[in-house]
Design a protein around this ligand. Sequence first.
Ligand code: DQA
Length: 146
Amino acid sequence: MAQQTILVLNGPNLNLLGTREPQIYGSTTLDEIAQTMRTAARTKGWQIDFRQSNHEGELVDWIQQARTDADAIILNGGAYSHSSIAILDALQAVEKPVIEVHLSNLFKRETFRHHSYISPAAVGLICGFGARGYLLALDALEDCLD
Ligand code: DQA
């Protein structure tokens, strides 16, 4: 069987991880998260396609490509989680398992962060565990992939 590919998508401002409000988001950089995920995925026999964009349309394009190029999606949509119907529609069109991740605990924060437009397209949501949340999402996918 072909190796499973997990598309890991990161939305706006997540390129600044490590230096951006570390008291909220931690000191781990996005590159470090990508490396840790690649190592963890290898032990499961999966490969990681890790991407970040500050642009909503680019994220939509990448989600659409996942229809043919990926087996599952792990998504931290950043602020677009709280605003983007376009990302929700793209995720629903893909029909592959999606795990939503946020580093911070959204429910301890401003009320506008309590609602995510993309959650209805996700198998589940992991938030509040910092960078570890991405690894928890990989583990959660074990029950979602054939
Ligand atoms: C975030 C939470 C969002 O509310 C925020 O806009 C982000 C990061 C998180 O990972 O905690 O950019 O998605």
